[in-house]
Design a protein around this ligand. Structure first.
Ligand code: ATP
Ligand code: MG
Length: 217
């Protein structure tokens, strides 16, 4: 299964979501094989994985860097791995479009902020085009870095309605804005291997929902 994490908005949380999903799969499906593909020239995930793979306390994850028209390479990887997770960069890149042409699922992180929600319409266009050639691709979006104050709940609800209107199928679970996402990055960790229970519980609930949706039908 090829799962691409994509958004044309920088800083939406693609790399964090992709890395944490990899660790979730490692923890919950140890019998399955997994490859991370960093398709972002910024190399966020490749550098993170290098640190992780040097850390003897954590199980390693294989990772390759790829750019340009990557669809053929992704299909080849999918023959050898149960899960191929692709982290794309924060731009409407050839690599992102190429990955969307062959992905089984796309996960689109989006912050509940006005500028991110404006940019979501361009992403929706890109997804609509990708679906013409890859109609079986499951499309999911997730709200990231949401405010934790209950008084700000309306921001989350209105962001979800924009994602709904753009037919990007927002997941019920979200990630809140918690320092643990930033702090756990050290030494190749994720929130799933860190002390903040709230962040860990939110991530686990999110990925449980992702797997449930992907395994449907
Ligand atoms: N739920 C969260 N709460 C707080 N901080 C977060 C959360 N998710 C991600 N971050 C932080 O936000 C920053 C941007 O996240 P990340 O690098 O994952 O985004 P990105 O979409 O991959 O960015 P780019 O477009 O540059 O590739 C990082 O510092 C990360 O630690
Ligand atoms: Mg990134």
């Amino acid at each position: 299964m090829i799962i691409t994490v994509a958004s044309i908005k920088g800083g939406a949380g693609k790399s964090s979501i992709c890395q944490t999903l990899a660790v979730y799969l490692l923890q919950n499906f140890p019998e399955k094989s997994l490859l991370l593909v960093d398709a972002d020239p910024q190399k966020t995930t490749a550098e993170w994985i290098q640190e992780r793979n040097e850390n003897e306390d954590l199980p390693g994850i294989p990772c390759v860097e790829q750019s340009g028209k990557i669809h053929g390479a992704l299909q080849e990887h999918a023959k050898n791995y149960d899960f191929v997770l692709v982290d794309t960069g924060g731009a409407d890149s050839t690599a992102m479009r190429s990955a969307l042409a062959v992905s089984n699922a796309v996960l689109i992180p989006c912050r509940p902020k006005k500028r991110d929600l404006k940019a979501i319409w361009q992403m929706a266009d890109t997804i609509e085009t990708a679906l013409l050639n890859n109609p079986k691709m499951k499309v999911l979006s997730v709200i990231t870095q949401a405010p934790t104050l209950p008084s700000q709940g309306n921001r989350i609800a209105s962001a979800k309605s924009v994602l709904d209107a753009a037919e990007l199928n927002p997941l019920r679970h979200i990630t809140c804005n918690r320092n643990a996402w930033d702090d756990s990055d050290e030494n190749g960790c994720t929130v799933l291997e860190y002390e903040d229970k709230k962040a860990k519980d939110e991530a686990n609930a999110l990925y449980e929902e992702v797997m449930e949706v992907l395994n449907r039908d």
